[in-house]
Design a protein around this ligand. Structure first.
Ligand SMILES: *[C@@H]1O[C@H](CO)[C@@H](O)[C@H](O)[C@H]1NC(C)=O
Ligand SMILES: *[C@@H]1O[C@H](CO)[C@@H](O)[C@H](O)[C@H]1NC(C)=O
Length: 436
């Protein structure tokens, strides 16, 4: 009688998970912009020039990469068309969603930075993007109930956002202590945006964390240090900068937990960009990238091929032969190959906190939200049960301890979960019939 998640996971791997969401709404910055900034700004930027866009589109599209972004891969995996930017398009283009993300956007309003003497690239902050959405919404659906079902069947991507709230002050010589003080405000605005979207009717929201900035060619160049202790010996990334990203991500996850309790019907997914990218920086060759992974594909020289006076797309910069071997595209943004890897991790693997994949499957099969094993009892498990645990590893925790790896945050590794399943199973189905 019970359809088990073990079986379901097999299904998803075999058949994929398209057709679950009918549209995507996206908010964020250059990690997700598919053309808003390029449309809006009169001053041309490096992103408007070749080799941006060389890989998939064969021309610049306003995306800050050689090709597709995480959001493009998510749209394609869901069987949707690539996301049109909000600016420069009209309602008839928005049948499968719309992208409000803008290159350079901050989570906090530009006034916040003005007051602190920090220049930002654009004033299309998260708050402005939310306003665009609110204004547009009534024209996308004909009646309130129609709007509700449309929003229920939509995937909301809130971020990555916040990166520029730190990049701008860091690159304008503010101290780490000063920048750290901004983090709680950034989390607050992301949180209130999520709340506003849920109030409008959003149900599934994916919220990416920040990438490890200590592995970014731009940060590695600008914060170069003679002190070996500043660098993580296993990756060559700058440890204190990665700790900064980690701090943002930790506060964000705490806040998402709080929001989940406040809005139990919403499906709030944390997308762990940090750890999935860290895997690339730690073990690049395992994923098909070249060993020396910190240098940008496209840039104007220097130890990480990042040169402020000769940025990718401008004179004096050159581009690598094969971007698919590189993680970093232009020193700030990643290559299509790296974004594809991240998106695949989110959709198929354990790189979101598990909720996304499970949610897709349950939805595709018309099942109710699958209850977690812990904190529920047998009556709740008629349509299955979810043994996945945030932070769970395949290998047991002792393995990681022995290797001195401290990323393991739970002891409920795969074998423990299998144990739960075995214990539970007899109570879920009729007793095996005795031989006559
Ligand atoms: C944002 O900046 C643009 C110019 O870059 C300006 O035209 C516009 O009025 C500004 N919008 C707001 C809300 O400040
Ligand atoms: C950075 O670019 C400028 C302008 O092209 C060039 O003169 C300089 O040598 C470059 N720096 C490095 C470290 O390659």
């Amino acid at each position: 009688m019970a359809l088990f998640i073990v079986f379901l996971l097999f299904l998803v791997q075999t058949y994929g998970v398209s057709g679950c969401y009918t549209s995507i709404f996206s908010f964020g910055d250059s990690l997700a912009d598919t053309g808003n900034y390029a449309y809006a700004e009169e001053t041309k930027r490096s992103y408007d020039n070749f080799p941006y866009g060389e890989t998939f589109f064969h021309q610049p599209t306003g995306r800050c990469s050689d090709g597709r972004l995480v959001i493009d891969f998510i749209a394609q995996a869901l069987g949707l068309s690539l996301m049109p930017p909000y600016l420069g398009h009209s309602n008839k283009d928005f049948g499968q969603g719309v992208n409000f993300a803008v290159v350079g956007a901050t989570a906090l309003d530009s006034a916040f930075f003005e007051e602190r003497g920090v220049q930002v690239m654009t004033n299309y902050s998260l708050g402005v993007q939310l306003e665009w959405f609110k204004q547009l919404l009534p024209s996308l659906c004909v009646s309130p109930s129609n709007c509700n079902s449309m929003l229920r069947d939509s995937l909301f991507l809130v971020g990555e956002i916040g990166g520029n709230d730190y990049n701008d002050p860091f690159f304008q010589s503010k101290s780490a202590e000063e920048v750290r003080l901004i983090v709680p405000s950034v989390i607050d605005i992301i949180s209130s945006t999520i709340t506003a979207l849920i109030d409008e009717g959003a149900v599934t929201l994916m919220v990416p964390g920040n990438l490890p900035i200590g592995c970014s060619s731009s940060y590695l160049t600008i914060f170069q240090s003679q002190n070996k202790n500043d660098y993580d010996p296993s990756t060559g990334c700058i440890t204190w900068l990665n700790e900064f990203s980690h701090y943002h991500n930790q506060l964000l996850q705490n806040e998402l937990n709080r929001l989940r309790e406040l809005h139990p019907h919403a499906n709030i997914i944390y997308a762990d960009y940090y750890n999935v990218a860290m895997e690339l920086f730690q073990y690049p060759t395992r994923s098909g990238f070249k060993q020396d992974v910190l240098g940008a594909c496209c840039g104007g020289g220097g130890p990480y091929n990042y040169n402020l006076t000769a940025k990718c797309g401008y004179e004096g910069s050159t581009s690598c032969e094969d971007p698919s071997l590189y993680v970093t595209w232009d020193g700030v943004h990643l290559t299509e190959a790296a974004y594809k890897w991240i998106a695949t991790g989110l959709l198929k693997g354990p790189c979101s906190d598990g909720r996304l994949v499970i949610d897709f499957i349950a939805k595709a099969l018309g099942l109710s939200f699958i209850p977690s094993y812990l904190g529920h009892n047998i009556q709740d498990f008629k349509q299955g049960v979810n043994f996945a645990v945030d932070g769970a590893t395949t290998l047991d925790s002792a393995f990681f301890k022995k290797k001195g790896i401290r990323v393991v945050i739970t002891n409920y590794y795969l074998e423990v979960q299998l144990g739960w399943f075995k214990q539970l199973l007899p109570s879920l189905c009729d007793p095996p019939s005795e031989p006559e």
